[in-house]
Design a protein around this ligand. Structure first.
Ligand code: FAD
Length: 356
């Protein structure tokens, strides 16, 4: 009898976990390595799938890639349902894009121009016309742009459900760092403190961390961490309304409201490697949030989460097959790793099937 094909997955963020799931679902015997799965950048993410509201000039390729993300998530959720008989909640609220003062409103207009260049025409909404959409929003903001098609999910729920599915599919979790990797013509190897693990192929999904030593990359991709925090507060419940994205004194603020009044406020973006949510960083985020949504005044701070977005030099994700052809490196998902996870997982599966 032919033995099961073996895959090693290094890194258990949203990219590694979903890749492990796709492989295991297709009959691969998967071993996943991570000292604390789900606690990297994935832990900090707001969970927006917002290709349109996230449009930035010069990021056309990212937009093209992300356009298919919501459908990819729907398909992925149905695969998870088949295994776990549980539903992954994907909430399609759209996004309300706001500007706080005159110059921020100019940024909203510029956003509309860029969106139009990408073929998307957001609809202008007046507060008088749809007061419920402006619930809690500063009275000085009289209108906004409504972007349909954006959605959110809870990354904690994704991690929990994919972990459950992976357990049912027999994925082995090794709660250790991989120190080094190697390969020859017929197999890959990963070394941890407790020993050596072998497989037929391997996927490195270490987010903003460099691949383990021994991974021979082409040099075409270099990863740098872009630090960010989200602050979670309990208060106003806008979960029936669109997500908010606002320009405020030139900064960008977003608010994702979940049922029960749990709101994710985000996000800072800083080019630094050190860990920790800095006081000034939290203060700026909360100040901007209170300016745009004064109803948050009495909200209670639940927690602050931080993580490092994995940014490539051109801010695009990549899936690089490494020298030797049996290891691949999946990273560079930057601000969009949750959005792009099912697409990245599909790439991991295609790679694995192409090797064997
Ligand atoms: C504040 C913030 C808000 C965000 N909001 C959103 C959002 O709303 N929507 C969206 O789409 N994206 C969002 N992102 C981006 C998203 O979180 C990332 O793109 C995504 O989490 C990257 O996933 P990953 O699996 O590559 O990395 P990570 O989640 O960082 O996971 C990498 C894992 O690899 C492990 N690891 C590293 N080295 C090794 C090793 N040698 N051996 C074993 N394990 C190792 C780490 O422990 C970690 O668990 C946000 C990011 C931040 C910081």
């Amino acid at each position: 009898m032919k033995s099961a094909k073996r895959a090693l997955v290094v890194g258990g963020g949203v990219i590694g976990l979903t890749s492990a799931f796709q492989l295991a679902r297709q009959g691969w015997q998967v071993t996943l390595f991570d000292p604390s799965p789900g606690r990297g950048a994935t832990w900090a993410a707001a969970g927006m799938i917002a290709p349109i509201a996230e449009i930035h000039p010069g990021e056309e390729t990212n937009y093209e890639l992300q356009k298919g993300a919501l459908q990819a998530w729907r398909t992925f959720a149905s695969a998870l349902r088949e295994v776990t008989h549980k539903e992954l909640c994907i909430v399609e609220t759209g996004t309300l894009v706001l500007g706080w003062d005159g110059s921020d409103r100019r940024l909203v207009d510029q956003f509309a121009h860029v969106a139009a260049a990408f073929g998307v025409i957001p609809r202008r909404v007046e507060r008088d016309e749809r007061p419920e959409m402006f619930e809690g929003v500063s009275p000085r903001i009289a209108d906004g742009l409504l972007v349909g098609g954006d959605a959110w999910l809870d990354p904690d729920a994704v991690v929990a459900l994919v972990n459950e599915a992976n357990a049912q599919l027999g994925v082995t979790i090794v709660n250790e760092m991989v120190a080094s990797v190697s390969s020859d013509d017929s197999r890959v190897e990963a070394i941890t403190d407790s020993g050596s693990f072998v497989g037929d192929i391997g996927v490195i999904a270490t987010g903003a961390a460099a691949p383990p030593s021994g991974a021979t990359t082409s040099g075409a991709h270099v990863i740098r961490p872009v630090h960010g925090i989200t602050v979670r507060v309990k208060g106003i419940d806008r979960s029936e309304q669109p997500m908010i994205r606002s320009y405020v004194k030139g900064n960008t603020l977003y608010m994702v409201s979940r049922p029960g009044g749990y709101n994710v406020l985000g996000a800072s973006s800083e080019e630094r490697r050190d860990a920790g949510a800095q006081v000034g960083e939290v203060q700026r985020l909360l100040r901007d949030a209170l300016d745009v949504v004064p109803a948050l005044e009495t909200a209670v701070i639940v927690e602050t989460r931080e993580g490092n977005r994995p940014a490539s030099h051109d801010l695009r994700p990549f899936f690089e097959v490494l020298s030797g052809g049996r290891w691949a490196w999946s990273s560079g998902h930057f601000r969009h790793g949750v959005t792009l996870a099912p697409i990245a997982a599909g790439e991991a599966l295609r790679f694995a099937e192409s090797v064997t």
